[in-house]
Structures are given as structure tokens and as C-alpha cells.
Design a protein around this ligand. Structure first.
Ligand SMILES: [Zn+2]
Length: 627
């Protein structure tokens, strides 16, 4: 869609340009704006490009040897203006190699030999590759450079073992496997950094191109396969009764047991061939994964995610009969998809399916989550909500999670909190959010690790990574929501999401999009929350000279973050008054405020400031009592 450039939008562009200059920007990112691949009004630039892969894969899982074997063909489009002399291949699961650098200790059962490539060709030309020497990223020097706006076909045969102890993937039990990051892929080549060569270290997450996938999974008899994408051939892999149940589940909200424990035991679910080939497809998506088991239970339903078109999404769950929490998984899944679609972020769930799989990871994948089982049904729902929320960030918005984890974890944490209010009420949601998302951060003694949110996720250590990605980032989004009010915040958020879904936004694209979407200069707020070493700490100072009707109340912002807060004044007659202040109050007086408080002749007994979920580092100085 072409936009007409009105005088107002031109003026706005220049106003924005000046605003954007106020925020620190690394040189490579400045260059992207100068190159017009990104625009300072927050939208993708006129010259924006991203590369693309069309992946076709035939994958076999050998349940006896616990091996994944694949044949893969990638039609890779270089949409960049650059000539590529190298292809960078990424295989996250080489993290299991003993030699791989890792963020933390692992057990021996986690270790494996990693990826073996037995054949590799580019446009029919054979390459000798030494996959033994590969880490999670590897360079292939091209015999013929890949010119701008040309395509190349990469073919490879490969295999790797599923680790006995699973992390985000691997063996869940001897006959249940969560198979993620299972194929070698072309790493991202982008407009601000070139090839993404940051190795995977187990702590950080991912950065992927939006690709098209058609893939088949060859699984042994009685193994059911659940995967990203649409199952293309239910009648070729499932017994007629089971296939009929699955198709019925696509039609309404009824929760159907597609396969029970007994049916799985009796061999009544899959066709009784030695091997079944399950076919799937998913387009314009950042990754695909799958899971299989010969004894997991299988539930399914579906839910309307788009009120306008009445589009339904299939909701499924696969779990061990021992599970306590997964019995409610599909019901919760229906609720979450509908809630996220209609409330926050208020954009219809963008995919055709969401399967929750009983594993260990508490980890998101496109159209799938791998969650642990727990005795606590409320916690189980919250974790599932969080992982499903990731559908929007990073799978709808192509976030570079490796560099800027706050761009997805911060939002998943925020959405988890907002849906939590709807599910269990504000008091319970606040209590949980404080306990799990804020308390550890604000009481963390190791404040040297507390770096500005904008810091690259790979460069913050220890607790700093978690605080920056989850709690602090989420608080910043919620502070902005309080500042703008729900309607304007949603308008600005949708502006950002409409600008960048299916693309690769950077933090500055978010800031600029929100400025444009909200129609105001919020850089003071972004500077305050993302580019400083601030924390949360307010203090009531001694009040100044008062008159009969006005008492000046002085609030110091010791920590510096522009947070919202409630001010409660208790009078000597026992009456109380509470007023809410949004973060806007810190815009002109970031360090110290004087609120001329109208006492209307009453005498103040005590004053209390309360940030609610914005927990204070030293709460005891948030109360002032008259002597
Ligand atoms: Zn998350």
C-alpha cells in the first residue's frame, strides 16, 4: 500500500528525525536509516529487504536409535543489494556437542555428537563440508558468489542424535521426542549487521528469517506426530475414526479426546504400517518443529480467533497420562487464543494451530509450546499463556531475540500479566507478577549486572539477562500503557505491529513506531527506561511551607525510572484520599516533584506513595507521618 505524503507527514518525519537523534544509536544502525532500509517514522524503509528460504524437508525419526535423519532442499533468495561470498549455516542443536560453549553446566546425558552432514550441494555443485568442526554456526565459502536479487538451491543430507536429557528439545522419555531446531538453516543476513554469526549459547534465543516450509516426518507405527503447520494427510496416517475426530475438532469449541491412553496402547490410532509419513506445511513462518510419541494422549478443539472472518484456529494438546495440568490445556488454549485476539494485543491470532506439548522446557515455538507439567493448575495456565503470547513476539513480529530479548520476553511477560488479570483478578495477578517478575529484580544485590535495557542480550550477564528481558522490559511497557492510557497505547502498539509483522524490527523501529502511532514525542520516556541505569525507588521528602489549604508534597525519584504511582493522604479525621499519577509527571521534573496538595482545611496525618507492581527498592521511605 502506498501512502500519500502530506505536508503533515513530511513535517512529522522531520520532527521525528530530530527526536530520533536524541536516542543513542550504534553506528551500524544509524547507517541502516541513512540507507533507507529503515525509516525514522518507524516504518520499514523504502529500500527495506529481507532474505527468504523455501524449505522442503523429508525427515525420519528412528525411535530405536533416537536419531533424526533428514534430506533438505532450500531455495534461498538473496534479496539484499549485496553479493554474498559466504553462506552462514545455523544448527542450534550443535549446542549438545561437548566442545560447544554454553551459558551453563550440563549433565553428560545432554551431550551428543551433534550434526553430521553426509551430502551438501549448491546449485548441483558438490561441496565437501566438515560438519565435525561445526559449532552452532558455520561458514560455507561459496564457489560462485551469490549476486544481489538472485536465488540458489542448497541441498543436504544430514543426521543427528536426540540427546537423552532434553533441554528445549530432545528425548522427553524413551518413546517421546520433542524435535526442535532439527534442521540446518541459513542464518539471517540483514541490513544492519550482515550475517548473524552470534553462536547459540543455551541462554539466549533466536533470530530467524520468515520462510516457507513443506516437510514430512516419517515415524514408526503407533507414533503420533504433532507439528508446526497444517497436517496435510490425516487419512494417510490415522485410522478413520481418529481422522474423523480430528476433522470434527476443527469445526467447533467442543473439546474432543482424539486419542485416549487405551486407544494408544491398543494400536487404534495410527494406520498399522511399519512407518507413517506425516506431511505438514506452513508459510511465511520463522521456524517449524515437531514432536512424536507412541503413548501420549491427544486432545483437540478449535476457537474463533478473528471475529470478522470467523476464522478458527485448531487447539491441541499432547501429554502423558500421568500429567495433572495438561487435562485443562486445550480449554485454556481456547481461552488464551480468544483473549489475546480480542483484548491484548487485540490482533487475531495469526496461525491456524496451537499445540501444547508435555515436555520440560516451558518454551515457545511457532504454533507449538513445550511446557512442563505441574501440580498447580493456575501456574500451568500462566506458563501456557506466556508461551502462547510469544506467538505475537517474536513469531508474528520477527524480533532479533538473540540481541534484544526484551523485544519479545518483555511483551510475553506483559501479556501474561494482562491475561492473568482477566483470569484471576487484579489482586492475584499483581501478587504473582510482583513475586515472579519484579521482586527478584528490585531486590537483586548484584546491581553491577543491572545494565540499561537497550544493552545487547548477549552482553548482559547473570541475573542482568533475565531482569532486562522480562521484568524491567515488561514494567516499561506497562508504564507506557499507564502514561498513554489504554486506547492510545493500543493504537500506537498496533501501529508498530502493523508496520513490522513478518519483518525484522529493531528497538529503534519500536521507539519510532510508537512515537508516530501515539502522535507524540515519547523519546524522553524511552531514554528514561531503555538507555539508563535507573531503577525503581521513590521517596517522600519533608514537605515545604504549607498554607491552610495547600500542603506541598515533595517526592524524590531516587531510582530514576518514570513510574506511575498512587498517592494516598490520610487526614487526622481518619478520612483518606488516593490519587493516581502517570509517568508523565516525571517528564519535566525527572528527579524531584512538588505536588501542591489541596488539603481543604484538613490536617494531614500521613502520606504514602505506592507504585503497585512497580516495586520500590526502599519501601520504608515511601511513607511520611506527621510528627
Ligand atoms: Zn518467554
Amino acid at each position: 500500500m502506498k501512502k500519500t505524503l502530506t505536508l503533515i507527514s513530511i513535517l512529522f518525519f522531520y520532527a521525528n528525525y530530530i527526536m530520533a537523534q536524541a536516542l543513542y544509536m550504534p553506528r551500524n544502525i544509524k547507517q541502516a536509516y541513512l540507507n533507507n532500509t529503515r525509516s525514522l517514522d518507524g516504518s520499514p524503509g523504502k529500500k527495506y529487504w529481507q532474505n527468504h528460504g523455501n524449505y522442503k524437508m523429508d525427515i525420519t525419526v528412528n525411535a530405536e536409535t533416537k536419531t533424526v535423519i533428514g534430506t533438505e532442499s532450500i531455495l534461498y533468495s538473496n534479496n539484499s543489494p549485496d553479493t554474498l561470498k559466504t553462506l552462514v549455516i545455523r544448527f542450534v542443536n550443535n549446542l549438545h556437542k561437548p566442545t560447544a560453549p554454553r551459558a551453563g553446566y550440563v549433565n553428560e546425558d545432554f551431550l551428543s555428537t551433534g550434526l553430521n552432514i553426509s551430502a551438501f550441494s549448491i546449485d548441483g555443485e558438490t561441496y565437501i563440508v566438515d560438519s565435525k568442526s561445526w559449532g552452532t554456526v558455520a561458514d560455507i565459502k561459496l564457489k560462485r558468489p551469490l549476486l544481489p536479487r538472485t536465488k540458489v538451491t542448497i541441498k543436504m543430507d544430514w543426521d543427528y542424535p536426540l540427546s537423552k536429557e532434553s533441554g528445549r528439545e530432545g528425548q522427553i522419555d524413551p518413546n517421546t521426542f520433542f524435535v526442535a531446531y532439527s534442521y540446518p538453516r541459513i542464518s539471517v543476513y540483514d541490513d544492519y549487521n550482515g550475517w548473524d554469526r552470534i553462536p547459540h549459547s543455551s541462554r539466549g534465543e533466536f533470530y530467524n528469517d520468515f520462510n516457507d516450509y513443506t516437510f514430512s516426518i516419517k515415524a514408526p507405527k503407533n507414533f503420533v506426530v504433532w507439528a508446526t503447520g497444517d497436517l496435510l494427510n490425516p487419512d494417510e496416517v490415522l485410522q478413520p475414526e481418529i481422522a474423523a475426530r480430528l476433522k470434527k475438532s476443527y469445526l467447533n469449541d467442543e473439546i474432543i479426546h482424539i486419542a485416549t491412553e487405551q486407544e494408544m496402547k491398543n494400536g487404534q490410532v495410527t494406520l498399522q504400517k511399519d512407518w507413517n509419513v506425516w506431511k505438514f506445511t506452513a508459510n511465511h513462518i520463522s521456524d517449524v518443529c515437531f514432536a512424536l510419541s507412541n503413548h501420549y494422549l491427544w486432545d483437540a478443539s478449535s476457537v474463533v480467533v478473528d471475529q470478522k472472518t470467523k476464522r478458527r484456529t485448531s487447539t491441541q494438546a499432547a501429554y502423558n497420562a500421568t500429567s495433572k495440568s495438561f487435562v485443562a490445556s486445550v480449554k485454556n488454549n481456547n481461552y488464551a487464543l480468544s483473549w489475546f485476539s480480542n483484548n491484548w494485543p487485540g490482533i487475531p491470532y495469526p496461525f491456524s494451530k496451537m499445540t501444547a506439548f508435555h515436555g520440560y522446557a516451558d518454551m515457545e515455538y511457532p504454533m507449538m509450546v513445550n511446557d512442563s507439567d505441574t501440580d498447580d493448575p493456575i501456574f500451568a495456565q500462566l506458563v501456557q499463556d506466556h508461551e502462547i503470547a510469544h506467538t505475537y513476539f517474536p513469531f508474528y513480529m520477527g524480533i532479533n531475540e538473540t540481541r534484544y530479548a526484551f523485544m519479545d520476553e518483555g511483551w510475553a511477560t506483559t501479556l501474561e500479566y494482562l491475561i492473568g488479570i482477566a483470569e484471576k483478578g487484579k489482586i492475584a495477578a499483581d501478587k504473582f507478577y510482583k513475586k515472579f517478575r519484579v521482586e527478584k529484580y528490585i531486590n537483586d544485590n548484584s546491581t553491577e549486572e543491572d545494565q540499561p535495557i537497550i544493552s545487547m542480550s548477549t552482553q548482559v550477564s547473570g541475573t542482568g539477562y533475565g531482569n532486562n528481558s522480562y521484568g524491567k522490559a515488561s514494567l516499561s511497557y506497562l508504564a507506557l500503557k499507564d502514561l498513554l492510557g489504554d486506547d492510545l497505547f493500543k493504537k500506537a502498539l498496533h501501529h508498530y505491529m502493523n508496520n513490522w509483522n513478518g519483518k525484522h524490527p529493531m528497538p529503534w523501529d519500536f521507539f519510532n513506531s510508537m512515537n508516530t502511532g501515539a502522535g507524540q514525542n515519547l523519546n524522553w520516556f524511552f531514554q528514561n527506561w531503555f538507555f539508563t541505569n535507573h531503577y525503581i525507588d521513590l521517596k517522600i521528602n519533608e514537605t515545604g511551607v504549607k498554607t491552610a489549604s495547600i500542603t506541598p508534597i515533595n517526592i524524590l525519584n531516587v531510582g530514576g525510572f518514570a513510574i506511575p504511582f498512587d498517592l494516598t493522604v490520610t487526614f487526622t479525621d481518619g478520612s483518606k484520599k488516593t490519587a493516581h499519577y502517570t509517568p508523565a509527571i516525571w517528564k519535566t521534573n525527572p528527579k524531584s516533584l512538588i505536588i501542591p496538595y489541596k488539603t481543604l482545611g484538613k490536617r494531614i496525618k500521613s502520606i504514602e506513595i505506592d507504585g503497585g507492581i512497580f516495586m520500590d527498592a526502599t519501601p520504608k521511605d515511601n511513607i511520611w507521618t506527621s510528627k
